[in-house]
Ligand binder design. Structure first.
Ligand SMILES: Cc1ncc(C[n+]2csc(CCOP(=O)(O)OP(=O)(O)O)c2C)c(N)n1
Length: 318
């Protein structure tokens, strides 16, 4: 049973992730951010539901669409924003940008540009925890598209074989870039693949934060108790294009409008209001607090310097 404090935390995380990403879309469109960004607006229940079950020492491997995963795990918003701005006070001194934000303190291992590339690294991290007898769970986020990569199959096989403390969380938004799932896969539920590797596989409504949280909690518990990995598939909806600026010629305007009816935040707010956990005034106060946090982060990022040219090759592996 999720207590009231945890319910409010889930709401806070989802609204924060949504508002931060809306802000990123806005500032990216103004040309303030270098590089590319991918947002997961509409998918907030997955990262909030999963990360809310984790302890500080647990580690998440994020994806190219991983702002929500990093924020829900507790990464500092100021340094997160500075990283996206490419500034020196960012987590990776502005050299990583949106897609590679990592923070050892927050347990965010970061992502890479290779779809499915995080899976074997996460398995290595889980193996290290088991080998060193450290009580630490690894969560690896990835998309439905990534589940067709060879790395997915090799990683699940090894993790099951070695009973590793890892949760594979498939954030299934039904799209791999511009291709819908039914065009590249005969299966509807990716969690079915778990059985063939000898692990538990579960599919949940990824727009229902409480359902995500419930199954994530069980998966994390199994990992902690030495009962091995879980494949948790959360079916959700990507509201915007693959990247910010994607004209989405492959979806009709009706389809783009249609997915908004699954809004995980509106749905959870309705539940909280109906059950009298919150009132409208509380929701307004929450929005105001998050707006202030974002304004502070923007000011922090904009005031942070760009790393000098002499530092270009420091902290970089080649
Ligand atoms: C190995 C590899 N193949 C292809 C790409 C190009 N690519 C970038 S994102 C993406 C789609 C990934 O889809 P999914 O895993 O479902 O994640 P989503 O974008 O939906 O979050 C592709 C094909 C890549 N970066 N790496």
């Amino acid at each position: 049973m999720v207590n009231k404090e945890e319910l409010l935390r889930l709401l806070y995380l989802m609204v924060k992730v949504r508002r931060v990403e809306e802000c990123l879309v806005d500032i990216f469109s103004q040309g303030k951010i270098p590089g590319f960004i991918h947002v997961g607006i509409g998918q907030e229940a997955v990262s909030a539901g999963v990360c809310s079950c984790l302890r500080e020492r647990d580690v998440v491997f994020t994806t190219h669409r991983g702002h929500g995963q990093a924020l829900a795990k507790g990464i500092d918003l100021n340094r997160f924003m500075a990283e996206i701005y490419g500034r020196r006070d960012g987590f990776c001194k502005g050299k990583a940008g949106s897609m590679h934000i990592a923070s050892r303190e927050a347990g965010v291992a970061g992502s890479n540009g290779i779809v499915g590339g995080g899976l074997p690294i996460a398995v290595g991290n889980a193996f290290a925890a088991q080998y060193r007898n450290e009580d630490r769970v690894t969560v690896c986020f990835f998309g439905d598209g990534a589940s067709n990569e060879g790395t997915f199959h090799e990683s699940l096989n090894l993790a099951a074989l070695w009973n590793l403390p890892v949760v594979f969380c498939c954030e299934n938004n039904g799209w791999a870039q511009f291709t819908p799932q039914k065009v590249y896969m005969k299966l509807q539920n990716i969690s079915k693949r778990a059985e063939s590797y000898g692990m538990i596989g579960v599919t949940v409504d990824g727009d229902d934060v409480l359902m995500v949280r419930e199954e994530a909690e069980k998966a994390v518990e199994r990992a902690i108790r030495g009962m091995g990995p879980t494949l948790l598939e959360c079916k959700t909806h990507r509201w915007l294009g693959h990247y910010v600026g994607d004209p989405q010629k492959y979806r009709t305007t009706e389809e783009v409008e249609e997915v908004r009816k699954f809004d995980p935040i509106i749905r959870f707010q309705k539940y909280l209001l109906e059950n009298k956990h919150v009132d409208r005034q509380y929701l307004d106060g929450l929005e105001a607090g998050i707006k202030m946090e974002i304004e502070e982060a923007l000011a922090f990022a904009e005031n942070s310097p760009i790393a000098p040219a002499e530092e270009l090759f420091t902290d970089v592996y080649a």
